[in-house]
Design a protein around this ligand. Structure first.
Ligand code: BDP
Length: 596
């Protein structure tokens, strides 16, 4: 789906601000048609934000079910048959939207955009009522999965198999935009490099028939190439490449009928060859983090101040990449990564496809659950939802030069019956949707090479490992031995795949120092990274290190979390822990040696 971008033929009206919100604990709003008038008992709620931490109300914080957002909107005047759309950056996890009394949109999946043409529901220049009902419930047939239980005192619980708080609400901007009736509806750009020439293949889809032409503008808006037709190839002589740390962007200005749509892009290639990860034909080594969209008070609400600050911290540390663990991030973040030259492993929201981590004394405690892949849990219907989600993500992010890898899941149960059958068609779906980028998934610690059933279908191996934390705690010599032994197993299982460590790190309490470098101390975090980095340096097949996590973040309540997960390089309010400085030294040195 195209991002909203203003142009001579398009206007964008931002609807962020303080909306009304009403909690629907009894789940009656739909039957009682709450959309048909003003909400009767609203409270103020900022958009974008997670609603959970904004107020002091426990009912809202731990709600299981629907909330209703509402505001009055002034419809713009429309010229020459223009169409008016309302667009949501995301609504977590499912939403229904009404304009006055008319339902205009329904969407499931909490981290991707959706929109509706509302031209026929509004009177141009007049005010209308916009109501959005948002449901935070997950099921075995949603991505990510979850399940609701009710306890003996009648309390509903949202159970989920992932380690971050189930923040919900309108996390990203809500916008109105206008565009001509005949308009650009999709653009796909694929670039290759021929000597010093950038070769730009493009495909344009339109609503209605209109003559299509394109111009390529450089970063100073100077035209450097042009072409015509809905599909074609234009050449940019002396191309300025997009490269890690140097995010040079061109614009493909697409004209269709009267519509003009400016699509930014970068000229660059990504490729895996001889066990190396290549960007523009040069070896690339990933330095960075798994991250979260997570901040004090605003939860997963997008915030430009925090976005720019986080990128400043990553640059300070010498990072060149991150993974959008464990869901698609806001479009603002993807645009900014393009611009700042960060390399992104773009992940779906398929986290927690793994009942083994939950039940039978698993990491998160709780009741035993059936096997991961079963008719009652992750089944064919889940796979269809997962596949649609992969396609939606690739449709949204395919033109971002920052995206170098598609990660189609985090830590699924990849070593059990049913895993290969489940994942083979999904990997194929990702390749069909984008034949240009490597595809993989992130492997869980206990799906070791002897058990693993999916890795050989992927282009690369991505590993989350916690030797020295969840196992071999306070025994780094044994952790190191086990890490090396396991790596040797991967080299045998998939000798041609490069390996990226996508998670490793211990929980670390900021301010806790210890002469003996005990677990939880800042000193243990430093020692832990030293061991892992020493091992990485000895295995040429390891082409990246993304520690867990950029910053401390909020999780569900539980006996292994103290106000959240504390594996951050930075605290939740972005203060550096001691390891931030030692890792910085390493990453600045590697940047020097590796040139990006
Ligand atoms: C992995 C998960 C990640 C967790 C992390 C941890 O991928 O979401 O937060 O471990 O336990 O299992 O800290």
């Amino acid at each position: 789906m195209l991002r909203t971008r203003p142009s001579p033929s398009r206007t964008v009206h931002n609807l962020d601000g303080v909306w009304d919100l009403q909690v629907d604990s009894a789940n009656v709003g739909l039957q009682e048609s709450w959309f048909s008038g003003r909400l009767t008992n609203p409270r103020p709620m900022p958009v974008p934000a997670s609603y959970n931490d904004v107020t002091t109300d426990n009912e809202l914080r731990d709600l299981v079910g629907w909330v209703w957002y509402q505001r009055a909107v002034d419809a713009p005047r429309l010229v020459d048959g223009d169409r008016l759309f309302v667009r949501f950056g995301s609504a977590t996890h499912a939403a229904k939207v009404w304009v006055n009394d008319a339902e205009v949109a329904e969407h499931v999946g909490g981290y991707l955009p959706f929109e509706a043409d509302i031209t026929d529901q509004i009177v141009p220049g007049e005010r209308f009522r916009l109501t959005v009902a948002v449901d935070n419930r997950l099921s075995w047939q949603t991505i990510p999965p979850g399940f609701v239980t009710t306890d003996r005192v009648g309390r509903a619980h949202m159970n989920y198999l992932h380690d971050f708080y189930n923040y919900a609400g309108l996390h990203r901007s809500v916008e109105l935009y206008t565009r001509p009736a005949v308009a650009v509806t999709d653009v796909t750009i694929v670039t290759t490099i021929n000597g010093t020439t950038g070769v730009v293949d493009y495909t344009v889809e339109t609503d209605g028939a209109g003559e299509v032409s394109v111009r390529v503008l450089d970063a100073n808006d100077v035209e450097v190439a042009r072409g015509s037709g809905a599909k074609g190839c234009v050449e940019v002589p002396d191309a300025h490449l997009w490269a890690p740390g140097a995010g040079y962007l061109y614009t493909l200005e697409v004209h269709a009928g009267d519509d003009v749509y400016p699509q930014p892009f970068g000229i660059r290639t990504v490729e895996i060859k001889d066990k190396k990860f290549l960007i523009n034909g040069k070896e690339f080594y990933f330095r960075g983090y798994g991250r979260h969209e997570d901040n004090l008070v605003r939860g997963k609400g997008h915030d430009n101040v925090m976005m720019v600050h986080d990128f400043e911290l990553m640059k300070w540390q010498g990072a060149n990449s991150f993974r959008t663990s464990h869901y698609p991030y806001s479009e603002e973040v993807m645009d900014y990564a393009d611009r700042e030259g960060f390399v992104v492993i773009d992940e779906t929201a398929a986290v927690g496809l793994n009942t083994a981590l939950w039940g039978g004394g698993g990491m998160w405690g709780g009741a035993s659950l059936p096997p991961t892949f079963s008719p009652e849990t992750i089944n064919d219907e889940t796979r269809a939802v997962h596949e649609a989600h992969i396609r939606e993500l690739i449709a949204r992010d395919k033109n971002h030069p920052c995206v170098a890898v598609w990660s189609i899941a985090n830590e699924p149960d990849s070593g059990v019956d049913g895993a290969r059958e489940y994942f083979a068609p999904l990997i194929q779906a990702a390749r069909d949707a984008d034949p240009t980028r490597p595809v993989g998934y992130v492997n869980v610690g206990y799906a070791t090479p002897d058990k693993e059933r999916v890795a050989d279908l992927c282009d690369l191996v991505m590993l989350n490992r916690y030797y020295g934390w969840y196992s071999e705690n306070n025994n780094m010599p044994l952790a190191e031995k086990n890490l090396r032994d396991e790596l040797d197993g991967w080299l045998k299982l998939v000798p041609d795949s490069p390996i990226i460590f996508t998670e490793y790190g211990p929980d670390t309490l900021a301010g806790l120092r210890d002469f003996h470098a005990w677990p939880w101390s800042e000193d243990y975090q430093i020692a832990f990274f030293e061991v892992y980095h020493r091992v990485f340096d000895e295995y040429p097949q390891v082409v990246g290190e993304q520690m867990w996590n950029f910053a401390d973040f909020q999780t569900n309540a539980g006996i292994i979390r103290v106000d959240g997960n504390k594996k951050g390089m930075f605290t939740r309010d972005r203060k550096p822990k001691a390891a931030a400085f030692s890792v910085r030294e390493r990453w600045l040195r590697l940047r020097e040696e590796q040139g990006s």
